[in-house]
Design a protein around this ligand. Structure first.
Ligand SMILES: Cc1cc2nc3c(=O)[nH]c(=O)nc-3n(C[C@H](O)[C@H](O)[C@H](O)COP(=O)(O)OP(=O)(O)OC[C@H]3O[C@@H](n4cnc5c(N)ncnc54)[C@H](O)[C@@H]3O)c2cc1C
Length: 486
């Protein structure tokens, strides 16, 4: 029996596999496709995802392949989000095709010893108190894979979600949207600025490489079946009817339909089975948030599940996955619906949009929306009377006995960290008794804290203000996040 069977080798499944393996769990990933398609829906990684990768010491691989670093983002096509206003090592969105993100995550997974099976479609699922049994069909015929736990990372049409009978409430699609990677030989002006506004829909493009553009059309007056035939003529016709020209569109490398169906799984956990990524939430791909959400779901679930598997923490830790991630995705679903509403044609929306455009000149509004789309505003329940409690830990410079280190380095191994910033406060001794927590003594004035308990996913579980550290609340926080004995 393997520890965890992960269904789906998209970005979410791969990231979860890595997180689990890093913490010592045995992982098998089952992927229905016989091989990767090489196509990319998503084109970018936001700051919080890059930080999560930096915490594991692999962000350089992504930075080496991705470019450019886009410092400005958009809300409903209004290009005024200023990523550079956010403190951190990655004040930008890294442009990197999903296919490259998947390739790099797959490489890391294989290095860590994850077993990855292609042409392995999960068609059945049963679970009891002892484990999960997945029915798999594909290259090796049909067989049953037993596992202690399973995770459905199998995308928006998740088989696992259906087999679990988990509801997927929300709203159906209301529009027809298409995406194509094409040549536009007639486009001679540079593509910059906000989304052009047309009277009957959205037609936009941005450069992917020499001569190649990603084109997106949105028609608000009709709903077309996602499986309806699609070729370059269909995209060209839609584009021309919206924009009045097609720039000689030709040479399609990839075409796809998408929509604005907005749904979230009612439960992220059913017994021994979890849902993550698109299997748990779908929405219109505005501001490039879906893949990033999935990576961060995986970062939240991986260490918790590994701790329970290792016997360090009790099953109740697993419920915090839904408690923490469901509201985060719900907020994203909400903002994408708002963005779709703001993109609709018509004078009324036009007026609202103009107002929004003006509001986005206010730093507070911009920062609020920026934090929402790049994932830096996530706050989880935590203890301690300190502004960092529940937030991502800054990658501060630490002065330790062994020289300077950065906070993210301490998280490379996926352990918890008790950061003692107060010269060995006796009250922190409880932390040094925990095998799952590394105690690190350092100075870091920029953190403005006396001590921090940092979870393996980089969120601050407990924080003490600078000055004398009493340790109040530390023991319960250690027990909650690292178990009674971990
Ligand atoms: C046009 C478009 C543009 C987008 N742009 C962005 C963007 O810029 N930024 C961003 O963050 N997000 C973007 N997204 C969203 C992003 O692509 C998805 O959120 C992301 O792919 C989700 O990853 P995932 O691993 O959860 O699911 P998926 O990528 O869907 O992967 C699921 C995997 O599971 C496999 N699978 C399915 N069923 C089974 C089964 N029964 N057994 C075994 N395997 C199975 C599938 O073959 C697939 O490989 C965009 C989406 C679209 C449509």
């Amino acid at each position: 029996m393997t520890d965890v069977a992960i269904v789906g080798a998209g970005p979410t499944g791969l990231m979860l596999a890595c997180e689990l393996r890093l913490a010592g769990a045995e992982v098998v990933v089952l992927e229905a496709l016989p091989e990767r398609t090489g196509h990319s829906k998503a084109l970018g990684l936001h700051a919080r995802s890059l930080e999560v990768l930096a915490q594991r010491g692999i962000v350089e691989r992504f930075l080496a392949e991705g470019h450019p670093k886009v410092p400005v983002g958009h809300f409903a096509g209004i290009r005024k989000l200023d990523f550079e206003r956010f403190a951190g090592d990655h004040p930008y969105m890294l442009r990197i095709p999903q296919a490259d993100t998947e390739r790099l995550l797959e490489r890391w997974a294989l290095e860590l010893g994850v077993e990855l099976r292609f042409d392995a479609r999960v068609t059945g699922l049963a679970q009891d108190a002892a484990g999960v049994a997945l029915t798999v069909e594909g290259a090796e015929g049909a067989y049953v894979l037993p596992a202690a736990y399973a995770a459905g990372c199998d995308g928006g049409h998740s088989t696992v979600r259906e087999l679990l009978g988990v509801g997927f409430p929300g709203t159906p699609t209301t529009l027809t949207a298409m995406v194509g990677d094409v040549e536009l030989p007639g486009l001679d002006q540079p593509v910059t600025g906000s989304m052009p506004r047309h009277t009957n829909g959205v037609a936009m493009q941005f450069p992917l490489g020499p001569g190649l553009y990603r084109v997106v059309t949105v028609e608000f007056d009709k709903v077309t079946d996602r499986d309806a035939p699609l070729d370059i003529d269909v995209l060209r016709t839609a584009y021309r009817s919206i924009a009045g020209t097609d720039y000689g569109m030709r040479g399609a490398r990839w075409l796809s339909r998408f929509g604005d169906a907005t749904r979230e799984a009612a439960q992220y956990r059913v017994g021994r089975v979890f849902l993550a990524g698109d299997a748990a939430h779908i929405h219109f791909p505005a501001s490039g948030q879906g893949l990033n959400l999935g990576i961060q779901d995986a970062a939240n679930l991986g260490w918790k599940l590994a701790a329970v598997l290792a016997g360090r923490a009790g099953e109740e830790l697993l419920d915090t996955y839904h408690e923490e991630r469901h509201p985060v995705a719900a907020a994203v679903l909400h903002n994408t619906r708002a963005q779709v509403a703001l993109m609709e044609p018509g004078d009324k929306v036009g007026a609202l949009r103009e107002l929004f455009d003006v509001l986005l000149d206010f730093d507070e509004v911009r920062d609020f929306l920026t934090g929402m789309v790049n994932g830096l505003d996530v706050v989880y329940p935590a203890s301690g009377d300190h502004p960092l409690a529940g937030r991502r830990v800054p990658n501060a410079v630490l002065k330790t006995e062994d020289g300077e280190r950065r906070v993210h380095e301490l998280l490379h191994g996926g352990h918890g960290v008790l950061l003692d910033l107060s010269d060995g406060a006796p009250a922190l001794a409880a932390g040094s008794r925990r095998a799952a927590v590394d105690t690190v003594r350092a100075r870091a004035d920029e953190l403005g804290a006396g001590a921090l308990l940092i979870r393996p996913d980089g969120y601050v579980a407990w924080a003490a203000p600078a000055g004398e550290v009493t340790g109040e609340g530390l023991e319960p926080a250690l027990t909650k996040w690292f178990g009674a004995t971990g």
